[in-house]
Design a binder for this molecule. Structure first.
Ligand code: HMG
Ligand code: MG
Length: 303
């Protein structure tokens, strides 16, 4: 057992918001059967996760890999004390989620015009016409709402995203009553100083989470910058799987195991059992037919 080496100015506890079953599986070439997804989610709960984004209630033609969202929620072994948020873009998605009694949803906005069109078939402005009734109705039904903003640091079509543009979209979402805003680096282009500048520009650090894809190998460095700026919720995906089907340059998310190795090394509590996480990633990699991209999974699964 390695002893931790703490650093000044970091939180004692970090909430790892696990997105593997949603962000991870939405980008897999093969569709994983609902019973396997349910087992995957149970294994994540066994490893200590308290928040597991289970699936998306989007249009099944847009994301066929998650077209079984209704079946999956029917099969979910919901554990007390574990949250199972689902992605919801519009009122049709909300109706589907409410029919399963979900307690938490996440809406997902774009910081750029082009990605709003590609991912949501809406403009930067009209995406809010879609989200406003969703958030209002969800809150009225007692359902908590998280919000994502994608392309916070750059966009494959428009280049770097101005910080002011991200802050404007993000503040509007928080203003609707979303409890948390997850800043998405969808294509993994951020670097640590950019992360610090964006977080400071919000002036609402206690309501921010970060969501890094690891395309350029910056996800852990960016996470450390976010923790130093006061963020305590970090999104990650089992084994580093993931991506966005509507942004080809998006590769996998920050791997949960890589994140946990760093956090535990810093003496930061997560409540997660790293060996169980690695075992789950190895099991999943066997089913997906390719090795996990996570360095920690690769190192630890060799024994
Ligand atoms: P649209 O074509 O504009 O939809 O798509 P519409 O409102 O015009 O409706 C067209 C038809 O679709 C209607 O049926 C609706 O009922 C149906 P018809 O009357 O023609 O028979 N429909 C639905 N059916 C089932 N469930 C629904 C639903 N909505 C409409 N929810 C829409 C707009 C938002 C639906 C579409 O663009 C969509 O589904 N987009 C989702 C894309 C997606 O899931 N992307 C990946 C997630 S985002 C991400 O990964 C980034 C993130 O990880 C953060 C980061 O990394 O930055 C979160
Ligand atoms: Mg993502």
């Amino acid at each position: 057992m390695r002893r931790p080496y703490p650093m000044e100015g970091l939180p004692q506890h970090v909430t790892v918001y696990e997105v593997g079953p949603r962000d991870g599986l939405q980008n897999e070439p093969a569709t994983v059967p609902a019973e396997v997804k349910a087992e995957f989610i149970s294994r994540l709960a066994d490893a200590g996760h308290k928040v597991i984004e289970a699936t998306s209630f989007v249009h099944p033609r847009w994301v066929p890999q998650l077209a079984d969202a209704d079946e999956l929620l029917g099969r979910l072994d919901r554990r007390p004390g574990v949250r199972y948020p689902v992605l919801v873009p519009n009122e049709r998605g909300l109706d589907r989620a409410l029919a399963h009694g979900v307690a938490e949803i996440a809406v997902f906005a774009s910081a750029t015009e082009t990605f709003a069109a590609k991912n949501l078939n809406r403009s930067l402005e009209s995406q809010f016409d879609m989200f406003e009734p969703v958030v209002a109705r969800a809150l009225e039904a007692g359902v908590r709402v998280r919000a994502y903003v994608s392309m916070c640091f750059g966009d494959p079509w428009e280049g770097p995203t101005p910080v002011s543009q991200v802050v404007s979209v993000g503040r509007r979402l928080l203003g609707l009553g979303c409890y948390e805003l997850s800043l998405g680096d969808t294509i993994g282009v951020a670097t640590p100083g950019h992360v610090t500048e964006l977080i400071e520009a919000f002036d609402a650090t206690d309501r921010l989470a970060v969501h890094f894809h690891d395309t350029y190998g910056q996800a852990l460095a960016n996470t450390l910058a976010a923790l130093q700026a006061g963020v305590t919720t970090v999104d990650a995906s089992t084994g580093g799987i993931g991506g966005c089907p509507y942004a080809e340059s998006a590769t996998g998310n920050l791997a949960t195991e890589d994140l946990v190795w760093m956090l535990h090394g810093l003496g930061i509590e997560t409540g997660l059992d790293l060996d169980r996480l690695v075992a789950t990633s190895t099991w999943l990699a066997g089913l997906l037919g390719r090795p996990s991209p996570s360095r920690v999974v690769q190192a630890l699964s060799k024994g």
